[in-house]
Write a protein that binds this ligand. Structure first.
Ligand code: NAD
Ligand code: WQD
Length: 338
């Protein structure tokens, strides 16, 4: 079987990518430092897939350990998801973010080059678009991240593009995720945020579960139909399937870094999300209106047409699926993997 090495494979998105890859017939080896995750997540991937991925507790910045992993696993391709992802933390401590995310990626690319592993799929983010001039946002839109986290993504995109340009034996795909939410329908894996969730979906799930009293709703005076901000929420299993499509396409796209938005192409408001969560869980989801959250944009959703045309991929799961599957995880794991 062909092996994919998944860095960050114990994390929220990485576990779902692992399940999708194994379901599509790939062998998966996980590298994760457990900086923001639990080894139990990798066990749960094994429970769903019927076989446990090989698991290396290694930090991508540790070049000699990564050398050993690459020599042992000899992967066909790498899916690079490892990194720090909190926007507010990156604003508070930018150097930590630049050092961590850039160094992880530079070491990984160096080790891949040394071992002749030249196929890569990278987790980028719609955050590289900053405040978009138009929606839906196409890959050709002006780039301009609004925070250091977003800049780390853009610099890594550039690093990969330069490596591919310098050596055409490489093939790389940069995936710009919009707002991944939900969980695998089994409820065995899901998002397990530390402390108070910063993002909408995990917060709503904890309110529905009664773990938090009410959602702080940031901004009700946006120029949108109901006054709340619009985002492109994408089911994490659709996102994971996008990685399988990208990996399967890598061999024929050698010579340049391809870039794809992974989103649904639909903007959903915070109030619509609250209503969908009530419907899916049957629980009240109280909220309290607050001022806008600094740095938030009124509307952001993808033009996912290129991924459909070139990868044959598109998101198929609904908002109701996202809430139902998120609830399957939350209701069975009220304290996450702990
Ligand atoms: P996550 O924190 O759940 O997963 C990241 C994983 O990487 C964690 O398991 C962490 O322990 C691991 N990790 C961090 N630094 C590492 C290092 N140096 N070496 C090895 N492992 C390391 O986050 P996630 O939501 O699953 O995000 C995965 C990737 O997708 C990240 O690169 C993130 O920036 C990107 N992304 C996430 C979102 C989102 O909304 N969740 C959106 C766009 C892009
Ligand atoms: C969605 C909407 C909030 C929490 C972030 C990162 C981005 C990307 C995905 C990685 C907004 C509102 C939220 C709450 C609320 N990650 N909200 N109450 O900000 O679109 O994107 O995650 O690359 O980089 O910035 O997602 O889920 O935080 O917010 O009203 O308690 O929900 O104001 O309108 P966002 P989000």
């Amino acid at each position: 079987m062909t092996t994919a090495l998944v860095t960050g494979g114990a994390g929220y998105i990485g576990t779902h990518v692992g399940v999708a890859l194994m379901g599509a017939g790939w062998e998966v080896a996980v590298v994760d430092s457990l900086a923001n995750s639990s080894a139990a997540a990798v066990d749960a991937v094994g429970d769903i897939a019927g076989r446990r991925p090989r698991f290396h507790v290694v930090d991508c910045r540790d070049e000699s350990a990564m050398d050993s992993v690459m020599a042992e696993v000899r992967p066909h391709a790498v899916v690079h998801l490892a990194g720090l992802k909190s926007v507010p933390d990156s604003v508070a401590d930018p150097l930590r973010y630049y050092r961590h995310n850039l160094e992880s990626s530079a070491v990984l690319l160096t080790v891949m080059q040394r071992h002749g592993v030249r196929r890569l799929v990278f987790s980028s983010s719609a955050t590289v678009y900053g405040v978009p001039e138009h929606v839906p946002v196409a890959e050709s839109a002006v780039l301009g991240p609004a925070n250091p986290y977003g800049w780390t993504k853009l610099v890594i995109e550039q690093m990969i593009a330069d490596v591919v340009r310098a050596d055409t034996r490489w093939s790389a795909t940069l995936l710009r995720y919009f707002n991944p939410v939900g969980a695998h329908p089994s409820g065995l894996i899901g998002e397990d945020p530390v402390g108070v969730p910063g993002n909408l979906m995990p917060y709503l799930l904890q309110v529905a579960a009664g773990r938090r009293e009410r959602l702080p709703l940031y901004g009700t005076d946006y120029p949108t139909p109901d006054g709340t901000a619009l985002r492109d929420y994408i089911h994490v299993m659709d996102l994971a399937d996008g990685h399988v499509a990208a990996l399967e396409r890598l061999d024929t796209s050698a010579g340049k870094a391809a870039i794809y938005n992974l989103g649904t192409g639909r903007g959903v408001s915070v109030l619509e999300m609250i209503a969908a969560m009530r419907e899916a869980t049957g629980h009240p989801v109280p909220y309290e209106e607050h001022d806008r959250r600094p740095g938030d944009v009124p509307r952001l959703w993808a033009d996912p047409g290129r991924a459909h045309r070139e990868l044959g991929w598109k998101a198929t799961r609904t908002l109701a699926d996202m809430c139902r599957d998120g609830w399957a995880w939350q209701s069975t794991h009220p304290q996450g993997y702990a």
